[in-house]
Design a binder for this molecule. Structure first.
Ligand code: BGC
Length: 457
């Protein structure tokens, strides 16, 4: 399996189909061979089956794990990490803020101009760069020097833009999309890498400190006001746009969710003061596991051969980095059992359709498992924070290539969440595509958490 690089599932599905169709070519000469292929396809379909009864078991299992993870440190495969984000942007934020977004195949630097109550986001500039693959497994110094240099080049361009008034100090929000044990809203220790990153000298270190030192080496004068997970950034933007947004889900290269939880429900954090009576909790649901999940032999083999076996089990079943690999393994098995994918350039329509069928089975299956999570989070707080029993509109901000770029996946997920929540609850739960949430959200949180005198008014 390649390293990171599968980014968008639509890319995966389409590219896999095209590539596979390009290399297949041998005509299926006899029915027996074709029957064997159909046998593999049928087995896959059966193994991927997710009837509602099974999904409800998974939802229940996730709810149990959520409670266990909130009760004690290490009490569950769901880390349920404290974020120290106890207030979400509300529209009053004003000034110029920077953000960095690291965590998938691409790295982004952003500059966001916030206009306060009446004006919202006045302007935002984004620069995207693919992360050079060697940096994902190099040293923390190499990776953070790359980040700081990119930030410097980007901010140097701003200095030439005379339309912007210079603030006393630049405030920065840093989205770092890996499991981090936060020490405060602006600092935290890396717990482990996911998504193909593996820089050993970094685990256990303070992420903000690494960035801070790299910025000093590159002479970048900025203050890290917020260190956040991509889910938290997405929630911040979702809430900025619609205050009923209380949860966020990422379904891209990796997958995860966060939501706003009442402080008294976070039993393990008793004593941590919050200004609002609640805090955003980063679930790290990519590591969720339940025996009810429909795990196929392809999933088992993929996990065993991955650099982190028995880790991030849920993520490996549903996220963009792995779906293409599962499709490849199905095609490989078919080609080992028959010569249906022989090296002939004339691709029979029947074989092309076969590849599309494989993608169709793998993708709906992953989106319906994804709904377990969304359903679990949404149904865990169906009634608003008040003590009243009236149902409250609940918005879940969703970001990630798999959701935003792959219409079929999106439709499956929307329908499936409605199905799992049932008629009474479903009309109150809205999934909203939140483009660029992880990056813009970090800038919004930098604004919300920087001291007032540094805010550019
Ligand atoms: C990481 C999460 C992140 C998710 C989506 C997972 O691999 O552990 O922290 O939110 O990917 O990017």
């Amino acid at each position: 399996m390649g390293k990171v690089g599968f980014g968008l599932a639509v890319g995966i599905a389409v590219v896999t189909c095209v590539v596979a169709a390009g290399v297949v070519g041998k005509r299926v000469r006899n029915r027996r061979k074709w029957r064997r292929v159909m046998g593999v396809l049928k087995e896959l379909e059966e193994d991927c089956g997710t009837p509602v009864s099974r999904l409800k078991q998974v939802v229940d299992a996730m709810a149990v794990e959520m409670h266990a993870g909130l009760a004690s440190e290490g009490g569950s495969k769901l880390k349920m990490l404290l974020t120290f984000v106890d207030k979400l942007p509300n529209g009053s934020e004003k000034g110029l803020y920077y953000a960095l977004d690291l965590g998938g195949t691409n790295f982004r630097v952003l500059r966001v101009q916030l206009g306060g109550r009446r004006s919202g986001i006045v302007k935002h500039d984004v620069e995207r760069k693919p992360i050079p693959e060697h940096l994902m497994t190099s040293t923390s110094e190499d990776l953070f020097d790359f980040i700081a240099t990119s930030l410097k080049e980007f901010s140097d361009k701003e200095d030439k833009d005379s339309s912007l008034s210079p603030p006393s100090r630049r405030e920065l929000g840093f989205t770092f999309s890996f499991p981090v044990k936060q020490i405060s809203v602006s600092s935290g220790l890396l717990m482990k890498w996911t998504k193909g990153y593996s820089i050993h000298d970094m685990v256990g270190n303070d992420v903000s400190e690494c960035l801070h030192q790299a910025m000093a080496r590159q002479r970048v004068d900025m203050h890290i006001a917020a260190l956040v997970n991509d889910t938290v950034g997405t929630l911040a933007l979702g809430h900025y746009n619609d205050e009923d947004t209380v949860a966020a889900v990422i379904i891209g290269t990796g997958t995860n969710a966060c939501y706003f939880e009442r402080a008294d429900a976070i039993i393990k954090s008793q004593g941590v003061p919050t200004s609002s009576g609640g805090m955003v909790v980063n679930m790290e649901w990519g590591n969720f596991w339940s025996s009810h999940l429909p795990r196929t032999t392809y999933d088992i083999e993929l996990d065993a051969e991955s650099p982190n076996p028995n880790d991030q089990g849920f993520e490996k079943m549903i996220s963009g980095m792995y779906l293409g690999e599962i499709v490849r393994r199905v095609i490989l098995r078919m080609s080992q059992e028959t010569d249906v994918f022989g090296p002939i350039h004339d691709v029979p329509l029947k074989v092309r359709k076969l590849v599309v069928n494989i993608c169709d089975i793998v993708n709906p299956s992953s989106s319906s498992i994804g709904r377990d999570g969304s359903g679990g989070v949404a149904s865990s707080r169906p009634k608003g924070p008040s003590s009243s029993n009236r149902l409250k509109r609940t918005v879940v901000a969703v970001e990630g290539g798999l959701y935003s770029n792959y219409r079929m996946f999106r439709e499956y997920l929307n329908d499936a969440v409605a199905e799992i929540l049932g008629e009474e609850l479903a009309p109150y739960v809205i999934l909203k595509d939140t483009e660029d949430g992880s990056g813009i959200g970090a800038a919004l949180l930098a604004a919300a958490y920087s001291s007032p005198e540094t805010v550019d008014t």
